[in-house]
Design a protein around this ligand. Structure first.
Ligand code: HEM
Ligand SMILES: *[C@@H]1O[C@H](CO)[C@@H](O)[C@H](O)[C@H]1NC(C)=O
Ligand SMILES: *[C@@H]1O[C@H](CO)[C@@H](O)[C@H](O)[C@H]1NC(C)=O
Ligand SMILES: *[C@@H]1O[C@H](CO)[C@@H](O)[C@H](O)[C@H]1NC(C)=O
Ligand SMILES: *[C@@H]1O[C@H](CO)[C@@H](O)[C@H](O)[C@H]1NC(C)=O
Length: 335
């Protein structure tokens, strides 16, 4: 008992210690990204982004979640290169109509507002991909979560991949193995999978993303047995089996929907994870993910430190750097 407490205490201290080191010694630019990238060319960029994000979140708390998700959906397709932000045109198909994004990815107007403010201060300098990375950090912080130093210097793509968006971003009914595999393909491990999934401590989901588990999980006419009964009843009321609006939304973390905290993990422990892919992190017997959920449910600081590390790692996925790519004038279209 005392032994176990000591072990977890020293584990926490270790995690805190290594995160502090990360803070004071940001990873050197092995991949071309570094925090001071705009120090001369746009010294106020982070303050400008932060103020537009703050204004938008004040108007609608959900925007923090929407911006965080945009960074994830950008990074999992061809790296973090703002490919997600390109609008479709008559001769170009972007990623916005891909399954994980259609009628679901949002916050694009806020990104436009950030870009306008940044362009005003330093025209043609700051990439849309970097804006997404900084806006995600600000969104988490403003929601009560951790902060971190964002490596910068990403460039914007001159293309997009709807196939990449459909294939690389996991579906809400992916299996445990598929989740692990899709993260591994992006260089992210099981710890990254668990803490980044906890991005679902804020934001909303539509019925369509979890209805399968309310009525007919595996085609045998039965609901997912791992859902708490009271929660199941509540979700079935919101999302009736037939003839209604599957666009209705409900919080991914019903306990504290706009607060970035450990309730995401605590919910999983009591059958109140919203998506199949949330709950299976905990219910998959003997899995490393289940042990991690239990650990982070009780160690908020460790969760915050690891979230910062893992999202920096996600932001470093195959970066597009000079001389490749461009700095878009308008995030919605190539120059
Ligand atoms: C592990 C695999 C993941 C799956 C299968 C998944 C799936 C989903 C789904 C289905 C929704 C609701 C979409 C809708 O119905 O409109 C959602 C929302 C969201 N996701 Fe994920 N997600 C995953 C990982 C992540 C990661 C890594 C992050 C960020 C670190 C993230 C952040 C969010 C946020 C913040 C929302 C709410 C967005 C809003 O309210 O606008 N997700 N996700
Ligand atoms: C697509 O159409 C626009 C406007 O007609 C044109 O300027 C652009 O060059 C076209 N792009 C491609 C890739 O063909
Ligand atoms: C997951 O959802 C998709 C789309 O809704 C569906 O086509 C597929 O059959 C589901 N997969 C499983 C394993 O239930
Ligand atoms: C459940 O799904 C299966 C296969 O998709 C279907 O044959 C069956 O009729 C469904 N049952 C109910 C009760 O909806
Ligand atoms: C959900 O909303 C989208 C547009 O926002 C619409 O195209 C779609 O038909 C709606 N779905 C339902 C089931 O109402």
């Amino acid at each position: 008992m005392g032994q176990m407490e000591n072990t977890s205490t020293s584990l926490v201290l270790m995690l805190v210690g290594s995160a502090l080191m990360l803070w004071f010694h940001p990873i050197q630019a092995q991949n071309g990204l570094f925090h001071d990238y705009y120090a001369k060319s746009c010294p106020k960029v982070e303050a400008i982004i932060q103020s537009v994000v703050a204004k938008a979140v004040k108007k609608e708390a959900r925007i923090a979640a929407s911006l965080l998700r945009l960074h994830f959906h950008d990074c999992f397709v061809k790296g973090c290169d703002a490919s997600l932000l390109l609008d479709d045109t008559s001769n170009f198909t972007g990623e916005k109509t891909a399954n994980p994004n259609r009628n679901s990815a949002r916050g694009f107007n806020v990104v436009d507002n950030i870009k306008s403010a940044v362009e005003k201060a330093c025209p043609g300098v700051v990439s849309c991909a970097d804006i997404l990375a900084v806006a995600a950090r600000d969104s988490v912080l403003i929601s009560g979560g951790p902060s971190w130093v964002v490596p910068l210097g990403r460039r914007d793509s001159r293309g997009a991949s709807i196939q990449g968006a459909n294939n690389n971003i996991p579906q809400p009914n992916s299996t445990h193995q598929t989740l692990e595999t899709k993260f591994k393909l992006k260089g992210l491990n099981v710890v990254d999978l668990v803490v980044l999934s906890a991005g679902h401590t804020i934001g909303l989901s539509r019925c369509t993303s979890f209805k399968q588990r309310l009525y007919n999980l595996t085609g045998n006419g039965k609901p997912d047995p791992t859902v708490d009964q009271g929660y199941l009843k509540q979700l079935r009321t919101l999302c009736p089996q037939t003839g209604t609006d599957d666009n209705q939304t409900t919080p991914l973390d019903p306990v504290s929907p706009t607060k970035f905290d450990t309730n995401y993990f605590k919910n999983l422990e009591v059958g109140r994870g919203l998506l199949i892919t949330d709950e299976i992190l905990y219910t998959t017997k003997g899995s490393e993910t289940a042990a991690l959920v239990k650990f982070y449910a009780r160690h908020s600081q460790a969760f915050f430190q690891q979230f910062a590390k893992s999202i920096i790692k996600m932001g470093n996925i195959t970066p597009l750097i000079k001389p490749r790519g461009e700095i878009r004038k308008n995030c919605r279209k190539m120059n």
